[in-house]
Write a protein that binds this ligand. Structure first.
Ligand code: GSH
Length: 343
């Protein structure tokens, strides 16, 4: 079933931002892949430990397949196993900046994506109507609608895991609007976040923006009115097979443009304090994360996975050679992101 041995196999759906992240990455890197459309007739593929999309399937060396999830480690595995057109900068200092911004996309922008999808009626109605049809379109109308309602009833309570609630909603929305303005300003001068070629952080931001800008009505209207370049960029990122990247396309970590430093400062103002507060709450076994983001109260359930994210970033930072760390420190100085590595 599916691709021959040299094709990467994955399952996922268009409504899954992380699926979009990884499919766009595979296209850019010209890595042959088979995207298995999951539906109730899907062949019996191995189940991952945690049921998440996208799920990748790799040969298990015994003629079978093993399932793997989580886009960040998967992206790095593909960097190791497939040469050329890398999405991770070779320069370790710039690679750390990339890792910070990839996580900002995956773990903070995703809060805006989940919030705008499940906080407002028009978005809930569209998501409940369309999302189940990605995998269950052959159901009769009533059953498909029932599946949509059930999915919405499952997702809406999960807002609290993501940290979207009446207290945090305005913080999430204000940050999303700031990010749009900052990204719009950056795209006036540059094609991608880290220069003239896309990096892991571009695919992370793109994944969430595919939903925020081209699916969920409330954020879609807001974004098209405010950030036409970001809206266009999100569609351009869909298929970068035609790009011809060179090493010279990367920014110099010692001379990052102010537009990129401003985006790092947005991450330092919101996502960095959240990761630190969440890691403390997970460490202390607290029932709730209670902190202030952007000067406003923030409460949410502790999220063990995001404590791991902070750990992975700190591992990458700790592995830097002294001269690379000096350049990374200089690039992060004053953005607020440095607190993740000093606290
Ligand atoms: N950290 C994971 C997150 C993956 C994830 O949360 N995927 C969503 C779909 S976009 C999912 O499967 N959620 C579980 C569910 O809805 O049951 C990654 O980067 O791949």
């Amino acid at each position: 079933m599916g691709g021959s041995n040299d094709r990467v196999m994955l399952s996922g759906v268009p409504g899954s931002p992380y699926t979009r992240k990884m499919v766009a990455l595979l296209r850019y890197r010209r890595i042959p892949y088979s995207l298995v459309q999951l539906s109730h007739e899907a062949p019996n593929l191995p189940r991952p430990k945690v049921s998440l999309l996208p799920t990748f399937y790799f040969p298990d060396g015994a003629g079978g397949l093993t399932a793997a999830t989580d886009s960040t480690p998967l992206l790095r595995r593909l960097e190791r196993e497939h040469a050329g057109r890398e999405a991770r900068p070779a320069d370790p200092a710039l690679a750390l900046i990339d890792a910070v911004l990839e996580d900002f996309g995956d773990e903070w922008l995703t809060k805006a994506m989940f919030h705008y999808r499940w906080a407002y009626e028009p978005d809930i109605a569209k998501a409940a109507a369309v999302l189940p049809a990605y995998t269950r379109s052959r159901l009769p109308d009533e059953e498909l609608q029932a599946a949509g309602r059930a999915f919405a009833e499952r997702q809406i309570p999960r807002l609290r895991y993501v940290g979207s609630n009446p207290t945090t909603g305005p913080v999430i929305e204000a940050s999303y609007v700031r990010f749009l303005d900052l990204m719009e300003a950056h795209l006036r001068d540059h094609r991608f976040l880290l220069g003239g070629r896309p990096a892991a952080c571009d695919f992370a931001a793109y994944g969430q923006l595919t939903q925020l800008i081209h699916f969920d009505p409330t954020s879609m209207a807001l974004t098209h009115a405010r950030a036409p370049r970001v809206a266009a960029w999100t569609l351009l990122m869909e298929d970068l097979t035609g790009e011809e990247p060179t090493e010279a396309d990367w920014f110099d970590a010692a001379a990052l443009p102010a537009t990129l430093t401003a985006i790092l400062a947005e991450a330092g103002r919101t996502y960095a304090p959240l990761l630190l507060a969440n890691a403390r709450a997970v460490r202390d076994g607290a029932a709730e994360v209670q902190t202030h983001i952007d000067g406003q109260p923030w409460v949410m359930q502790p999220f063990p996975y995001q404590a791991k994210c902070l750990g992975w970033l700190r591992e990458e930072y700790a592995a830097l050679a002294p001269e690379d760390r000096t350049r990374a420190d200089a690039a992060l100085a004053g953005t607020g992101c440095e607190a993740m590595f000093t606290a």
